[in-house]
Design a protein around this ligand. Structure first.
Ligand code: SF4
Length: 481
């Protein structure tokens, strides 16, 4: 008996290399004992270097895909099972995978399906929480997967939340993203994830905002969000209260639906804050954000994940207004945290503007997109959507009363100025709007779409120049007050 020791539970490269060498050397499945480093080894199996097998052989793509999934299953027999399938295919069973009733094929399919489900749950039920980190903001999420799905999903999270520094902790391994590189570390304990912070409150209120009491069905809620995961989910704490208050909320919803938006009551508090992040719930902006999270004034809420309200100090001198949240903003619930936001942050810094000092928002508060395969393709909001969402921008303008609004792109300009604007003709100068002032510039995502480096650099300089001019105009207006 030959022992093969893999480096870790999802050592795909190690398994593949060993499988190739052993199949080519003609080593039958029952002559191999598969192990993972650190596990007890078979006393009668001999650890020997892999045979120096020459040549290669092709494995059907479908079998490779099945093996890549099934190898993540928490089943100690999976390495041997997958080896047997490759061995049989190499022995001439070319249509092996078409025999769904074959016990080994059926078992591998079951494992792959279970891994796929577990991956889905990890993506759907993992919640990140903000933690203090000496190097800046970091988000940490805890999840207890059934299988070894962290490594494969870490790539997904890196793509989705590329602009944030985050760690995902599981009992068997951890993954860490620093904004540019992914690293894997040892497993962790739930106690390493803080259980009470601003983000937790945010998730709770988000869940409460999407919970529709008119469709209350506790059994359906449990299947949507399996009980097993409730303890990882801050919003689960809201479920008993939501169920108890459902009747009253249905009545309140009916009443609110019958009331025109300009009569929606906002509380008496007008807060002055210098922090970025979601608005504090007791402030008028916070109350408006809460109301906007229930908004159904146009159809854009149906596909989007959540309303993305503006954020920034309620006494900001400059309000930056973009078009609508993008893919990452929609998932995270904060404006300008994706690639365009990062570019904007860099340009703000070069223009001498501290992002924490400005209020940042969008003309439209829900992400409009077209699903295409696994991707969500941005779509420009249209007139009726911009008009429907203007109520929320108007609340923000009334509450913040900025000295200057920087309108980034045609949608923002149209929402505020009320007509189509040619950016190239009107950019970079003060536009008086009654008691308010505005300055038009491009949207940072326009810079990302430019095809060549020379035009990107040129347009970026022009964008920084517009922001610099905005800072000067705001200073002049503040001095004249
Ligand atoms: S896009 Fe604006 S108006 Fe439309 S549902 Fe969302 S918040 Fe309401």
């Amino acid at each position: 008996m030959r022992a093969v020791v893999l480096d870790h539970e999802t050592d795909w490269d190690g398994w593949r290399e060993a499988t190739r060498a052993l199949v080519l050397a003609g080593v039958p499945p029952d002559a191999i004992h598969w192990n993972v480093a650190g596990e007890a080894e078979d006393l009668y199996a001999e650890r020997a270097p892999l045979p120096d097998a020459k040549g290669s052989f092709n494995v059907l793509r479908a079998l490779v895909q099945l093996a890549q999934l099934a190898i993540q299953a928490r089943d100690p027999e999976r390495f041997a099972l997958l080896y047997r399938l490759v061995w049989r295919a190499h022995q001439g069973e070319r249509h092996l995978l078409e025999q769904a009733a074959d016990p080994e094929v059926a078992r591998a399919n079951r494992l792959a399906l279970s891994v796929r489900r577990d991956s889905h749950k990890m993506r759907a039920f993992l919640r990140f929480r903000a933690v203090d980190d000496p190097e800046g903001a970091r988000y940490v999420g805890w999840f207890e997967p059934e299988h070894y799905v962290l490594e494969a999903n870490a790539l997904f999270f890196a793509e989705r939340f590329g602009s944030l520094c985050w760690s995902v902790l599981t009992p068997y391994r951890s993954a860490h993203w620093n904004g540019s590189a992914l690293s894997l570390g040892p497993g962790a304990q739930p106690s390493q994830v803080p259980d009470d912070d601003a983000l937790e409150g945010y998730w709770r209120s988000y869940y409460a905002s999407v919970f529709n009491p008119a469709r209350l069905n506790p059994r359906a809620m449990a299947s949507e969000m399996p009980r097993k995961y409730w303890r990882n989910l801050p919003e689960a704490a809201a479920i008993p209260d939501l169920i108890r208050s459902a009747t009253g909320r249905v009545e309140a919803m009916l009443e609110q639906e019958l009331r025109p938006p300009d009569q929606m009551p906002l509380g008496p508090v007008r807060a002055r804050s210098s922090e970025t992040g979601p608005q504090a719930p007791e402030t008028r902006l916070g109350q408006a954000a809460q109301k906007a999270s229930h908004c159904r004034a146009c159809h854009l809420w149906e596909r989007a994940t959540q309303t993305v309200f503006g954020e920034g100090p309620a006494d900001a001198q400059i309000m930056l207004i973009g078009e609508q949240p993008g893919d990452q903003e929609d998932l995270i619930g904060r404006p300008f945290v994706g690639p365009a936001g990062r570019l904007m942050d860099r340009a703000l810094e070069e223009a001498g503007i501290d992002r924490r000092s400005v209020y940042v928002t969008n003309a439209v508060k829900h992400f409009k997109f077209e699903p295409r395969g696994k991707r969500r393709i941005h779509q420009k909001p249209e007139g009726p959507e911009i008009l429907a969402c203007k109520q929320w921008l108007d609340v923000e303008r009334t509450e913040v009363r900025p000295l200057l609004m920087v309108l980034m792109g045609a949608t923002a300009a149209r929402a505020v100025i009320g007509r189509a604007v040619t950016i190239g003709r009107e950019r970079g100068r003060r536009i008086a709007l009654g008691a308010e002032s505005a300055l038009v510039t491009v949207h940072p995502s326009y810079l990302l779409r430019l095809p060549d480096e020379a035009s990107k650099a040129r347009e970026y300089r022009a964008f920084v120049a517009d922001l610099t001019r905005a800072r000067e105009i705001a200073s002049e207006l503040a001095a004249a007050k």
